[in-house]
Unconditional design. Structure first.
Length: 276
């Protein structure tokens, strides 16, 4: 009986692997301590990794940003260091932006030097970032239930409270902001009317958001799930590593290579997967 149960369990596991929409291509070494976000710069073919390097707490000033190559080799472990509990990444105005716990840091892309820190009123837990083609930078305050924008060196509030519910993942797209909510919904905020609508729902708390290049999106849950959201809003589970306690935090996607770059948080590495 035990043998039969084992065979059935093994068959189920193999079936789950066969049905997975992702295939692992490479993984980094484990020197990227607590990686929370990754960002691919297509101009330089560089991957930036935001590493919390400890707890996401106010007293943590040991966070850093690493640079890795498209094949997973660590180029520079500490491109920028002495940061405070880093989260999301974005590039705009030839600058690299990263959210710290309560401030938005602006970094020189050539030297890694922090050029300035932008104050955010009553910030509680800043998280993901996205930028538009005009150089505006948008970011979430997850625990403050707010959306912010940096424009011409000025930080202004875009939205607050309902329907925002622990907003995390963020994506600017064609005059709107897509927001990954803690209740498993993807909201769309029209930047002209400031009105929200629900684009998709039925997932867990969303960490990362990225377009698939075909009108749909990928969404991650920090606990270990990655979803594909069809253009009509239907989510399909592609990957689940929660049982192995391997997190899937704020990823990035390279459509030309069908490559997902996934930071695994507590397992201290970035894993690249191809999407079927």
């Amino acid at each position: 009986m035990r043998k039969i149960l084992y065979v059935l369990s093994l068959a189920a596991s193999l079936s789950a692997v066969a049905q997975s929409g992702l295939t692992k291509v490479w993984e980094t070494d484990t020197s990227l301590t607590t990686p929370e976000a990754v960002l691919y710069d297509s101009r330089t073919k560089t991957i930036y990794v935001s590493c919390i390097n400890g707890a996401p707490a106010a007293e943590n000033n040991g966070s850093f940003i690493a640079k890795i190559s498209p094949d997973g080799k660590v180029i520079q472990r500490k491109f920028t260091d002495n940061l405070n509990s880093t989260k999301g990444l974005a590039i705009a105005n030839n600058r690299l932006y990263v959210t710290e716990l309560t401030k938005l840091a602006e970094i020189d892309l050539k030297t890694g030097k922090v050029l300035k820190r932008h104050d955010v009123p009553d910030a509680k837990f800043l998280n993901d970032i996205s930028a538009d083609e005009k150089g505006n930078v948008y970011f979430t305050d997850m625990r403050g239930n707010r959306l912010w924008m940096l424009q011409n060196d000025k930080v202004t509030q875009l939205a607050a409270d309902q329907p925002l519910n622990n907003p995390n993942g963020l994506l600017h797209e064609k005059g709107r902001l897509l927001v990954g909510n803690g209740d498993g919904k993807i909201l769309a905020l029209d930047l002209k009317t400031k009105k929200f609508n629900t684009l998709a729902e039925g997932m867990g708390g969303i960490d990362g958001l990225s377009p698939d290049g075909k009108g749909g999106y990928f969404a991650s849950e920090w606990q270990g799930k990655i979803w594909h959201v069809a253009p009509g809003g239907k989510p399909t589970l592609l990957h689940d590593s929660s049982a192995q306690k391997m997190n899937t935090a704020d990823f990035d996607y390279i459509p030309s290579q069908r490559l997902l770059l996934v930071p695994t948080f507590f397992t201290n590495k970035v894993i690249a997967y191809t999407v079927k």
